[in-house]
Every structure is written in structure tokens, then in C-alpha cells.
Design a protein around this ligand. Structure first.
Ligand SMILES: [Zn+2]
Length: 183
């Protein structure tokens, strides 16, 4: 379909694909030819079409930016100015590496005597189980409870995977959020 300069479809126009492999009557061809002959292009337009003038000439700064501009743009959009800024949360999102997290995890294991709080298996010599410290109130929703030992429970990795908040799946977080909003 042909669109006019307002982007509207022009009534009565067949799409270009429609004409593929079809023959037009000689009368139609004549009409088209006459219309095209009547077109007059300015020298500048012709030169642009031939690629002699860059299409973005005289539009400085609109399409092409210098390296300096990009560096400054990157500075401008960092941190608080970035659309995805989450209040500095990313700094502590590497929680599995932080010393504070390690201490919290060990404290939770000790509280639960290294025993999975769901299946009751315990990490002892000769028993291969991997323990995880799970946040009872989700990490992402309750930042203030992140390092509260009372908000942690010891789970073996198999039981941990069954919990809805395992790995902080964004989908689950959304469900919890909408449940809270509905309540
Ligand atoms: Zn378990």
C-alpha cells in the first residue's frame, strides 16, 4: 500500500508486490511514464541520490556524535541518571561474594545446626549435601532483612530449588508484589 506524506494509506493503490509478475496495459504504462517525466528534482536532491552529498549534511549533531560526546553521554546516564537505576542495589547484588553475606550465611547454618529445615537432612561427615542459606522474606523485597539471621533458614540445595524465591526469579517477585497490592 502506498502512504501519503502523513503516513495514511492512499486509497486505490495496489501494493508494490501486487504488480510483481503482472503486466500493465500499455495505456497504464504511458500514464505512469508521463507522471514520472513531470517530476523535476532539484540538483541538490539529484546529487544526494547519486551519493555526492552525504544525506545528513547540514544536520550536524543530530546523527553523528563525536567520541567525546559519547563519553559525556555515558557519564550523563550513569548512576542516578540511568533509567534502570535501582538506588544502588547493584553494588550489593554481588551478595555471594560479600563478607557480610558470608558471615550471615554461617550464622544461619549454626542457628539451624547445619540441618535442612525442609527435609531434615544434616551436613555431617560422609553425607554429601550442599546447604544454602535461604531468605525467608525475599532478598529483593525486604532489603532491611537481608542480613538478619532470623530471616534466614538452612536448606539443602534440592529443597531450596523448590522454593518460589530460588535464585530471585523476577517473575516470582512480580507475583508476590501483585499479591501484596491486591491484598
Ligand atoms: Zn532439604
Amino acid at each position: 500500500m502506498l502512504r501519503n506524506n502523513r503516513g495514511w494509506f492512499v486509497k486505490g493503490h495496489k501494493s508494490y508486490n501486487y504488480w510483481l509478475g503482472k503486466k500493465r496495459s500499455s495505456e497504464t504504462k504511458k500514464k505512469i511514464s508521463l507522471v514520472l517525466k513531470g517530476r523535476s528534482l532539484s540538483e541538490e536532491t539529484k546529487n544526494k541520490m547519486r551519493g555526492r552529498i552525504p544525506w545528513n549534511k547540514n544536520k550536524k549533531g543530530t546523527f553523528k556524535h563525536s567520541l567525546k560526546w559519547h563519553l559525556e553521554a555515558s557519564k550523563r546516564t550513569r548512576g542516578k541518571n540511568h533509567w534502570n537505576w535501582q538506588g544502588g542495589i547493584s553494588l550489593i547484588n554481588d551478595r555471594h561474594d560479600s563478607q557480610k553475606y558470608k558471615e550471615w550465611r554461617i550464622a544461619v547454618y549454626k542457628k539451624d545446626n547445619f540441618t535442612c529445615q525442609i527435609c531434615g537432612r544434616r551436613k555431617v561427615r560422609g553425607v554429601e549435601i550442599t546447604l544454602n542459606a535461604d531468605h525467608i522474606q525475599p532478598w529483593s523485597i525486604y532489603p532491611e532483612l537481608r542480613f538478619k539471621v532470623s530471616n534466614g533458614r538452612t536448606l539443602c540445595v534440592e529443597c531450596h530449588k523448590q522454593t518460589p524465591t530460588y535464585g530471585n526469579k523476577p517473575k516470582v517477585v512480580q507475583e508476590v508484589m501483585s499479591y501484596d497490592q491486591a491484598a
